[in-house]
Design a protein around this ligand. Sequence first.
Ligand code: FES
Ligand code: FES
Length: 862
Amino acid sequence: MFRRIEMYVININGKDYEVAHDKKLLSYLRDDLHLTAAKDGCSEGACGSCTVLVDGKKVKACVQKLSALAGKKVVTVEGIPQEEMRVYEHCFAAAGAVQCGFCIPGMIISAKSLLDINLNPTREDVKKAINGNLCRCTGYKKIEDAILMSAEFFRDNKEIPEDPKTLQMSERAKRIDAQEKVNGTGIFADDIVMPGMLFAKCVYSKYPRALINKIDVFKALEHPDCVEILLKKDVPCNKIGHIKQDWDVLLGEGDITKYVGNALAVVASNKKESLEEICALVDVDYTELTPVTSPYEALKGDAPLIHEDGNVMSRANLVRGNADEAIKKSKYVVTRKYKTSWQEHGFMEPECAVAMPEGEDGILIYTTSQSVYDVQRECAQMLQIPAEKVHARASLVGGGFGGKEDMSVQQYAALMAWYVKQPVKVKYSRQESLDYHVKRHPMEMEFTTACDENGYLTAMKGVIIADTGAYASLGGPVLHRACTHAAGPYNYQNIDIFGMSVYTNNVVSGAFRGFGVSQSCFATEMNINLLAEMIGIDPWEFRYRNAIRPGQILANGQTADPNTNMAACLEAVKDIYYANPYAGIACGFKNSGTGMGKQDIGRVLLSVESGKIHIRTSASCMGQGIGQMALTEICHVTGLDPKLFIHETADTVRTPNAGTSTASRQTVMTGEAARCAGENLKLALDAGKTLADLEGKEFYGEFSAKTDPLGAIKENPVSHISYSYGTQVIILDEQGKITKAVSAFDVGTPVNILSVEGQIEGGMVMGIGYGVTEEFRCVDGYPQSKFGTIGFMRATNSPELEVILCEPKEEDKLPYSLGAKGCGELCMIPTAPACAHAYYRLDGKFRQSLPLRDTYYKKEKD
Ligand code: FES
Ligand code: FES
């Protein structure tokens, strides 16, 4: 008996392919043809990063089967003619549309599907064309601008202008990394293919809390594609962790699971397609136990211990002045309870790592992460080998937002590659990513805020209880930051705040843009609205009276620097706030740098190689534009042509350790290090050397920020080297739809205005998601959310965005990094309370939990 094999002929990028098997088009493009511009962001038709053209129509390649494409013409980004691609490369870079870049090839295809038939599109046409494409970085505005600009270039046959020969701070410059992200040649971890590469995947716990009686791998090992299965006994050191080493690499027989993300076995296969099947053959016998799913349950005396050292993971206490006394004497006092929920980072690129043996006894890991040195440290600890035996190298990172600080897949790729001595790729499916990686901490807060009869704040007192889930992750610093920023960017000195971060069997909470401040800012700003109402002053005026000004003292004791420009941010939004009856307002501030007495160092090495100057720093770019930031600082001080530079990818062998990309720190720390390295290079050039003379020479820059620890016995401790400040206004229409979001921000000198605007625009849309449209659910310890329905904003419902930059005076600016401060996190901190305030003005309902309910976007009541 012969089975008839169906043959399909499909034309891809102008070439006919005969296909004898059926599979998804995306898998065929990426795995068989190695056309990797179309990305796999979800494999479930939700994100659009896989978009291709089929007979001129945009189609999601991850849901399209080859069998339906016989005789059709498929075009991917690789198939776009060069002249046409040059226009997209220019316009997307010139509009500042490219951040992490993961969504961009899909956007280009959607743009092409529109512009091939309409070269006079309106912004609405553009929004509709890209509505199937999610972007988590940009807020869509600059992508729409780029497509409109492309239309103009095609329509008017415009010449692409030459790139300028100089680069200064505060320009609207095209980013150094834009081109490869637009034309799809940039390499993300999942684009890497190695000869003999295996695929690995973990078997995860079925229950959030259960005793593991037995793990039987016998049947799984018998699967013809199975190469290896590793268990807890195979892990040299089973505990890793970003700060506290409490995270189990694998759990084994006799262990009790801590959450559904606990891995019990790592399975390697020589075929990606058979991984699920092999994992399903691993037989685990459990005794199910009742999970602990709230911090309050976990704090009860008879609660089961999630970790041996107790269920309280971390405490923080910030006391200055005498809050009780000041509250007692204050004319107006409000006390309210607030509650915030988890938030999913939603970076477009799911976690992926490829590890392989290197040298005699080393290992090389390509990874998407917020620091290659963290990957090196944690994998070396797990394998119990010296750090220098672990070589970690960054691929492009398709968004992070804090969610790629912890290990997720890297340790499993490293462990398997270490055993099998072959390259191994481990990639989370989108659902695994949703279910297992860290989230924003849910917090419950009770805040009391007081002011005098003139509306001047006098004191605040608060308690914060955070659910850190099964592992510590960055829960300690997140809690600290929630406390140190709880008083808001205002001038009063009595504060008494206590916080606790508690283990539960829920999904792990960790770092997320805003880092605890997004939560405490919500509570503080809401109380402020109530106080303003009690006194009868409007909320803008109340904030303006209290806004911290240079020389005044923040509630954490730190003296506000001359570059503190909070009041100017409020002035910038005054008219727009007063002009709109349903406008909500909120203020926020955010540290630049880790601070709190912790080591905080940026490092940059410049090396002259083959006539080019290589910028070497491990500072991870997750889309925010590290390469452009460092390049701008260096070109600004040297006056050199940016074309002379190559920004190297982060690599533990080549690039000095600049710490993790977190805490809005890299613009100040690595920016200042880049400036210093640039000054050193300039000295050599000023001494009459040419670049040819400097061949082989290196120029180093380093910057270490000195700060005081929490609780330092000092009148005015320096918690952080600097702060950025901002005000946001959210405007609703009469139906409660958000029509406009405005940010007026003091982020010091904008290094690249396009990048700063892009960060703030993307942050506002992410903040609206946090406040209003998104929801990540975890019920009884089981995550319940799907990527397509979580509530990420799409282009058609993203509001008009406006960014106003309120730079301090030149003489007042931060004396580092040419006056630049961080802006990566501040941009979403005041958004949720500004939304809540807008809804309060619309319908009079004072909402005390996030996400907000009973709105245009979420109809259900609290
Ligand atoms: S990968 Fe196809 S829609 Fe997400
Ligand atoms: S640039 Fe769109 S997801 Fe990052």
